[in-house]
Design a protein around this ligand. Sequence first.
Ligand code: ATP
Length: 439
Amino acid sequence: MKIGLVGGTFDPIHRGHVLLGEYARQQFHLDGIWFLPAGQPYFKEGKKVSPAADRLAMTRRALDGLDWARVCDMELRREGRTYTCETVEQLNAAFPQHEFSFIFGADCLDQLDSWRAPERILAGARIIAASRGSGADHKAMERKAAALMERFGGEICVMPFLELDVSSTLVRERMRDGKDVSDLLPEAVAAYAERQGLYRDDAPEAEKPAADPAAAAAGAQPSFSAVIFDMDGTLLDTERLFIDAWEEAEGNASPALHDALVAIIGVTRERSEEIIYERLGRDYPYEARRLAVDEVFRRARENGTLPVKAGAAQILRTLWRKGYKMGLASSTERELVIPELEAAGLTGYFDAVICGGDAARGKPAPDIFLKAAQAVHTDPARCLAVEDSRNGILAAHAAGMIPLMVPDLIPPDAELRALAAAVCPDLAAAEKWIAARET
Ligand code: ATP
């Protein structure tokens, strides 16, 4: 396939970047465009660059709904300085089936001969350089391209392009001054930058708005900029499926078995084994039942019949577009979480996914939530944790998050009600509760 690459610091990604990719795709009949946020651009050293996680999150949001575009985080995963020649070589090694073209804005061609090893870039990819449209500029760029090809080899095409009057610098300046940026940024990117408070700190200390002492004195509710979701029983209706499948394998549904199954909701696999043996006796055929239940889940994943909770896709999409950082914190192992999220079509909404094996202790210990907060680079106190189970609410509370309970099989008792900031009957109500806190 023919793939176009648009690389940049993307701090933040703006409409000009997206348009550049889209236009080159059409003009050169490319099959897709990959956007590559730069790791540590050496030519921006000494300048303040936003964290990679934020630039990646904004890039993903900017490309939402564009079927021809995808994010490639290869440069972010590389340690040290980012050199385009290394990126091109890595891409060719990883994707020998593709033919790559690097797409540059007008300013980049002028700098190419000062980059590291331009001959290595041109050996691995064609360059498509946008000119600023006017005849004279286009001719000058073609002359420049010819000279560069003479010197470094390869192929450089100059593409007439009417550049939008936008740069990341302009966006940062406007945001620092508290001005509107909706004409410069895709909506979800603007929402993210605003909610996460990016670029606000570029303002000199004296200009920063002071914290509102009246609100603090009135005990204003703590606000949050990240939302961490539990998966089973919260987003997926898997707790019910789990109990039904187990009772079916057992051939009867005794109250003792039902209670034991309810008790293992939201705990790790190892702990659930212990609980079952404690409650049902050491000779209980735990392994055989587990295998039968696993098989039911495997079939549901394969057939696309894994039950998703009503309103799950809706709340994830809404919060994602409103600029919250999104995390998943599940006690289940990664080998199951990822395929289940994928089968449910929910994977793309998460900036970070933390699973059972990623933390030392499962819920109700706070470890999984603490890891999730770290992965979305947010103080736990600024994270809302959406949970259905007792263990989940205890874990979220112990992590210092704001627990929001959306009960599944177990109604909350007085203790859970006291720990949760709110109890909502379903995800639609949770979405409304969050929206009400924003105004
Ligand atoms: P900054 O203002 O921080 O220097 P920038 O807006 O130039 O940032 P980068 O992330 O450095 O953005 O640029 C990445 C690529 O996008 C470069 O190839 C650049 O030429 C191109 N580019 C930047 N702005 C535009 C624009 N308005 N139209 C088309 N291409 C652009």
